[in-house]
Design a protein around this ligand. Structure first.
Ligand code: GAL
Length: 686
């Protein structure tokens, strides 16, 4: 197949309504919600491809992701390209009207690459060189890897850029996992330059990292080092900068590939699949601005029986990093995965509930790993759209039903979710709080955010996530459950938000360090003390297994982990400890600040007890707790013409009836119901 044979895709590049900043931002030419999955035809004989495509049509598949791990099949020996099989797949899919999300295979360099460039292997913290024999194992800072990755990317773009089936570029696979850092000599040299650039001079690096402590001062730039193993704990500020650096090194790899794709195929949008909640290694606020459309992979935590709440958090976080624009669920599973301890099969209806929960939170694509279950390799026990049990299976039946349902929901495409509450989320703060030698290792920012999020989830209040430096003025309520690190700009932003009439609720151990993980002059929470009207004098974590009782909003509550000794400077105590290390001490406060109010909780509360903290802020913000059956969700998206799309999801074993504006939405046990309400006028159901 030669490039000339294609009918050019350029003609099809009419501006899509979802375009962003003048660039196309959606799988080109796809006018429905996207449905499909990773497709790995190179694992199968040709006869199977024909069957695959026929079954994809039967299932309602309109988009497949191919090629993410195909480098060795496309270029089995250096410079020797085998395009025939991919040409054929392009034609087969095109004839069937299925669009292609084409991967660049740079998450799995071939064996020849590592043989030629052993120096490009990832070096782990203990100094071991990793791979080959798996995937994702090249060092992001190695020049040979960068050159080879951009080389195969260019070859792919030149070969398929004009093919009419090409809808989207999918660069790499899950950047940051499994490789989030490499300690190769290339990386270490790049880190030295990066640190000098970030801080401006060697003296500034020494200051930022506080190297005077334990006599770590660098006399010349060559002494700046990566956080390699040390006899005692590593310098925390250096560790934090290493995380920043590693995220940016990987981002440079993405940018290099993306820029080639934009140069050769400016009409095709570019994405890469994130793992918003689960990959801790990359700062997605920074990354999300670099893609044309945000795509996310989500896998349930099998051990968690109510894992649909974590799913909801991940989806809301993804929409938020996409800045409210429609996004793609690029991967999830039809049933069990195979990489957790016990891989729990999804129960009937669960896959549809999961999928529609993502859609209700702004996803315009429902994609899976993977189309057909592999017979060989590490993931042969992972579920698929077409499982080993074939088309007679329950999973296949549900896959075809879901395809049909998504076909009926085409009008949702492009509609938005509106939230009046935001939770602050910052990867840099998470990195810093995870560093060792804290007052309590188990005061987890992640658990804290999840608990506060779950309170909102149970109260049926739609929630965005926001960076602490974002403009927050449109939110009626902002929650900062775990903001350990706040930059000066973020602290000023929160102050301005409250002064301007905002409602802010802050959780414990917040506003403690600056951008370099240094405690500010002026006290432990100097960044937030003025807005909260409270100074933290001491952290007083509890011994394991102990509890401290407190009273808040007249209710007896329990803390299991954390207390703080507070001094009030303008705030009012609204909660007090009755025992524990600080009997009669203040546990929670309220502070009027400018036209707004800030609340502070200096303790950890579970999701039930948090109701007592949130009741006042909810009413100040004019937010009502919705009266719905427990574990039934009601999600809403709104089209630009004002049409409201409702998706109700019933996670329980009992049918539920939800009254919505004169409408009775009947949601079967374990099922989903949808309805569309026109902008004004009579409601219409599905
Ligand atoms: C993802 C990955 C896929 C597949 C999947 C299995 O993280 O991108 O390639 O491995 O996990 O759950």
């Amino acid at each position: 197949m030669s490039r000339e044979r294609f009918q050019s895709n350029d003609a099809a590049a009419a501006v899509d309504p979802l375009s962003r900043d003048g660039r196309l931002a959606w799988p080109l030419g796809l006018e429905q919600l996207a449905y499909g999955g990773d497709y790995n035809p190179e694992q199968w004989p040709r006869e199977t491809w024909v069957e695959d495509v026929a079954l994809m049509r039967e299932a309602g598949v309109n988009l497949v992701s191919i090629g993410m791990f195909s480098w060795a099949s496309l270029e089995p020996r250096r410079g020797e390209f085998h395009w025939e099989w991919l040409d054929e797949i392009f034609e087969l899919l095109h004839e069937a009207g299925i669009r292609i999300d084409l991967g660049t295979p740079t998450a799995a360099p071939p064996a020849w690459f590592f043989r030629a460039h052993p120096e490009a292997r990832v070096i782990d913290r203990e100094g071991r060189a990793l791979g080959p024999g798996s995937r994702g194992m090249a060092c992001p800072s190695a020049p040979a890897y960068r050159e080879a990755a951009t080389g195969i990317t260019r070859a792919l773009a030149e070969r398929y850029g004009d093919h009419p089936a090409l809808a989207l570029w999918h660069v790499h696979n899950e950047y940051g996992a499994p490789v989030g850092e490499s300690f190769s000599p290339f990386a270490q040299a790049a880190f030295r330059d990066w640190a000098l650039r970030r801080h401006g001079s060697l003296e500034a690096v020494n200051n930022a990292w506080g190297t005077a402590f334990w006599g770590q001062v660098f006399g010349v730039p060559e002494e700046i080092h990566a956080p390699l193993p040390t006899p005692s704990v590593q310098n925390p500020s250096l560790e934090l900068d290493w995380r920043r650096f590693s995220s940016e090194q990987i981002l440079e790899c993405f940018r290099a590939e993306r820029d080639i794709l934009r140069e050769i195929t400016p009409h095709i949008p570019v994405t890469t699949n994130f793992m918003a909640h689960t990959c801790p290694n990359i700062d997605l606020w920074q990354w999300a601005d670099e893609v044309d459309v945000v795509a996310n992979d989500h896998y349930l935590i099998a051990a968690d029986e109510r894992n649909f709440v974590e799913l909801a958090l991940d989806a809301d976080l993804t929409r938020s990093i996409a800045r409210g624009r429609p996004w793609m669920l690029m991967e999830h599973s039809t049933s069990g995965v195979n990489w957790q301890g016990r891989n729990i099969a999804k129960r009937p209806g669960e896959m549809a509930r999961n999928s529609l929960s993502h859609v209700g939170r702004g996803a315009d694509a429902v994609m899976f790993f993977q189309w057909r279950a592999s017979r060989k390799g590490a993931e042969k026990f992972h579920s698929a759209m077409l499982p080993h049990a074939g088309t007679g299976s329950r999973v296949w039946h549900e896959v075809t039903e879901l395809g049909a349902e998504l076909g009926r929901l085409s009008d949702l495409r492009g509609s938005r979710v509106e939230a009046e509450v935001a939770i602050l989320w910052d990867w840099e703060s998470h990195w810093a709080q995870d560093l060792p030698w804290r007052p309590a290792d188990d005061l987890s920012h992640r658990a804290q955010i999840q608990t506060w999020y779950e309170r909102l989830w149970r109260d049926h209040i739609a929630t965005d996530f926001a960076h602490p430096e974002d403009d927050l003025s449109d939110y009626r309520l902002v929650l900062a459950p775990a903001s350990y690190l706040l930059t000066d700009a973020a602290a000023a932003n929160l102050d301005a938000y409250v002064r301007g009439g905002g409602n802010l609720v802050v959780g414990p151990f917040s506003g403690i360090v600056d951008a370099d993980d240094g405690v500010r002059a002026g006290g432990l929470n100097a960044a937030l003390a003025p807005v909260l009207g409270v100074e933290v004098h001491e952290f007083c974590p509890l011994r394991e297994g102990r509890e401290a009782r407190l009273v808040l909003d007249g209710k007896p509550l329990r803390s299991r982990l954390w207390c703080e000794d507070l001094q009030l400077h303008g705030a009012e105590a609204i909660g007090r400890y009755t025992d524990g290390p600080l009997p009669q001490g203040t546990a929670a406060t309220r502070h009027s600040h400018g036209a707004g109010t800030a609340w502070y909780l200096a303790s950890d509360l579970d999701v039930e007890d948090l109701s007592a903290l949130f009741s006042e802020p909810y009413s100040a913000a004019g937010l009502a707790v919705r009266d719905l059956p427990e574990d039934v969700e009601l999600l809403e998206r709104r089209s630009t013409d004002g049409t409201r799309h409702l998706i109700a999801i019933n996670h329980t074993g009992e049918p539920a009836i939800i009254p919505v504006e004169g409408l009775r939405l009947e949601v079967p046990a374990g099922g989903v119901a949808t309805a569309h309400l026109p902008a004004a006028g009579a409601p219409a159901t599905d």
